[in-house]
Design a protein around this ligand. Structure first.
Ligand SMILES: Nc1ncnc2c1ncn2[C@@H]1O[C@H](COP(=O)(O)OP(=O)(O)O)[C@@H](O)[C@H]1O
Ligand SMILES: O=P(O)(O)OC[C@H]1O[C@](O)(COP(=O)(O)O)[C@@H](O)[C@@H]1O
Ligand SMILES: [Mg+2]
Length: 472
C-alpha cells in the first residue's frame, strides 16, 4: 500500500531485520593462536588524536550498502533483493593488530590497464606503512602478476623514493596483462617471505586476487591479501566509484571541446569522440553530462541503430538542420555487434583474455559518410573523428582522486594490519568499508539505463532512446 502523501511513514524498518553484516575473512579464521599487539598508532603523536573516543573501530562499526528505502513498499522485490540487506565493516584502524611491524614484508603490485592515481596509491601505501606503522620492508613487484616470479628482483621502496610519485601518470612499478600463474605467484610469495600483499588492479586483477587469497588460505600462510580496486572504466560494482575515473572524465572534456569547435566550424559538421569504456559507458555518460555540448551519447548498455525511424541518422539529420552541427560521444564498447568482423576478429582476445574490440569510431565515421553521400549527395558534410584513447588515463590524478587514493591506501593498511585478509577497501555511500574481494570480483557496474541519471542524459541531449522505432 502506498504511503500517505503527508504525515509520518506508516512502516518502520529496524536495523536488525533489514541488514546483514558481510563476514570478512580474517587470518584468525585459519591460523591457530595468532599473536596480537597494541596498535603502534597509540604512540604516534602526529596521527593519533590523544584520547579520542571512537578513533579505533570495532567489528560493530558498519557501513550500510543501501541507504535509500521506500518505506511504503518494504515487501517489494526491490527492498528484498539480497544486496539491499548488506552492511560491511567500516574501514579504519583497530586497537589490536596482527602483524609486528618489525616483521612485515609488504609487496605492492599493479596489474591491468593504466588509471590516473596508480602512483598515488603506491606512494601512500609506502608512506602509510612507513610512517603510521613503522614498517621498513616494503617492495614493489614489477610488471604485474608475472613480476612475482619473473623479470627480476622486487624493488625496495621508501618514502624518499616515492616522494613525488603522485605527480606522475602511469605506474612506476610497471604493469602488464596476462601472466597469471597461481602456483608460481604463491610460491614466490612464500619464497620471498612476503606477508602483506597489496594488489592494485581492475576486475580481472580482482578475480586473480581471489585465487591468490584462496591458495594462501589453503596453504595456511600468515599472509594478508588486499585488493585495491583500479578501473578507469568504473566497471567495478559495490564501491561508489573507482579512483582515476573523475580525472579521466575531466580529460575527456578536452576531446569533446575540440570536436565541438571542429563541428561548429564546418557546414553540416559532426564531431565524433570515442572514449574508453570496454563494457560500461560511465566515462562517456559523465563526460556528456558535464560537457553540455554533446548531442548524442552511445554506450554499450544501450543498443542503438542507424537507419529508419528513431535511428541515429534521422536524429542527426534533424540536429544538423536545427543547429548546423552535432557532437557524438561513443564509448568504445558500444555498437560492437553492428561492426562487421571476420571469424578471427570474433575470437581475438588480449593476454588477459579480454575480448579485443573493433574501432567503433572509425566504423561510425564511414557509415555516416556513406549515409550522407547517399541521401544528400549535393550538400557539404564533414565528420571529424577524435579518439583520445590513452590520453584520458595516462595522466596523474587530479586533486580529488589523489585524496581518494590516499584514503584507499590507508584503509588497506589499517585492514591488513588488523588481520583482515581477502578484502577490498572502498567507499560505499561516502564511507570507507571493507568488502570481501570475492564479492567485488563478481560485482559489475553497468550504466543503468532505467535510472534518473540516464534520463538526465536524454533530457540534456534529447537523443532517441533507440528502444522503439518512433521517429522524431
Ligand atoms: N579470471 C582470472 N583469474 C586469474 N587472473 C586473472 C583473471 N582475469 C584476469 N586475470 C589477471 O589479472 C591481470 C589483470 O587483468 P586485466 O583484465 O588485464 O586488467 P584489469 O584487472 O584492469 O581488469 C592479468 O595479469 C590477468 O592475467
Ligand atoms: O591497455 P590496453 O590493453 O590497450 O587496453 C585498453 C583497455 O583498457 C581500459 O582502459 C581499462 O581496462 P582495464 O581496467 O580492464 O585494465 C579499457 O577502457 C580499454 O579497453
Ligand atoms: Mg578490466
Amino acid at each position: 500500500m502506498a504511503a500517505a502523501a503527508t504525515g509520518p511513514p506508516q512502516q518502520s524498518l529496524s536495523f536488525s531485520t533489514v541488514q546483514q553484516l558481510q563476514s570478512l575473512p580474517h587470518l584468525s579464521d585459519y591460523l591457530e593462536n595468532p599473536k596480537t599487539l597494541t596498535n603502534p598508532l597509540d604512540h604516534n603523536q602526529f596521527f593519533h588524536p590523544p584520547d579520542a573516543d571512537g578513533f579505533y573501530l570495532t567489528p560493530s562499526d558498519v557501513v550500510l550498502r543501501q541507504i535509500v528505502y521506500d518505506l511504503s513498499s518494504s515487501s517489494d522485490e526491490d527492498n528484498t533483493a539480497p544486496s539491499h540487506h548488506q552492511s560491511y565493516h567500516r574501514a579504519g584502524p583497530r586497537k589490536q593488530i596482527f602483524f609486528d611491524p618489525d616483521h612485515v614484508r609488504a609487496a605492492i603490485v599493479t596489474c591491468g590497464g593504466l588509471c590516473p592515481g596508480l602512483n598515488t596509491v603506491i606512494r601512500e601505501l609506502v608512506v602509510g606503512l612507513w610512517d603510521l606503522y613503522g614498517v621498513r620492508e616494503i617492495f614493489g613487484v614489477k610488471s604485474g602478476y608475472r613480476g612475482f616470479y619473473s623479470g627480476g628482483e622486487p624493488v625496495p621502496l621508501n618514502p624518499k623514493l616515492v616522494h613525488n610519485w603522485h605527480k606522475r601518470g602511469g605506474t612506476a612499478l610497471e604493469t602488464s596483462r596476462g601472466g597469471f600463474d597461481l602456483d608460481k605467484i604463491v610460491n614466490a610469495i612464500q619464497h620471498r617471505g612476503f606477508n602483506q600483499i597489496y594488489i592494485i588492479g581492475g576486475d580481472g586483477t580482482m578475480r586473480g586476487a581471489v585465487k591468490i587469497f584462496d591458495e594462501i588460505r589453503r596453504r595456511k600462510l600468515n599472509v594478508g591479501v588486499v585488493g585495491i580496486p583500479k578501473t578507469v572504466d568504473n566497471d567495478i560494482g559495490i564501491i561508489d566509484k573507482s579512483f582515476g575515473f573523475q580525472t579521466a572524465v575531466e580529460m575527456a572534456q578536452q576531446a569533446i571541446n575540440a570536436a565541438h569547435v571542429e563541428a561548429e566550424s564546418a557546414v553540416n559538421g559532426i564531431g565524433l569522440v570515442k572514449l574508453m569504456g570496454r563494457s560500461t559507458g560511465h566515462i562517456a555518460l559523465h563526460a556528456t553530462l558535464s560537457s553540455r555540448d554533446v548531442d548524442c551519447c552511445l554506450v554499450p548498455e544501450n543498443n542503438f541503430y542507424l537507419e529508419g525511424k528513431g535511428g541515429l541518422f534521422e536524429f542527426l539529420q534533424h540536429r544538423l538542420k536545427q543547429n548546423g552541427h552535432a557532437v557524438l560521444v561513443v564509448a568504445e564498447g558500444a555498437g560492437q555487434d553492428m561492426i562487421p568482423r571476420t571469424d578471427a576478429q570474433k575470437e581475438e582476445r588480449d593476454e588477459s583474455g579480454n575480448l579485443v574490440f573493433l574501432d567503433v569510431g572509425g566504423w561510425l565515421k564511414l557509415e555516416l559518410k556513406k549515409w550522407w553521400d547517399r541521401d544528400h549527395p549535393d550538400e557539404l558534410f564533414t565528420v571529424k573523428y577524435i579518439d583520445p584513447t590513452y590520453m584520458i588515463r595516462a595522466v596523474h590524478a587530479n586533486a580529488t582522486d589523489n585524496l581518494y587514493c590516499t584514503l584507499l591506501a590507508h584503509s588497506a593498511i589499517h585492514g591488513i594490519m588488523a588481520g583482515y585478509t581477502g578484502f577490498v577497501p572502498g567507499p560505499i555511500n561516502g564511507n570507507y568499508a571493507y568488502i570481501p574481494v570475492e564479492e567485488v570480483s563478481q560485482a559489475k557496474n553497468p550504466v543503468n539505463t532505467r535510472d534518473h541519471k540516464w534520463a538526465w542524459v536524454r533530457s540534456v541531449t534529447n537523443q532517441p532512446d533507440f528502444s522503439t522505432s518512433q521517429g522524431l
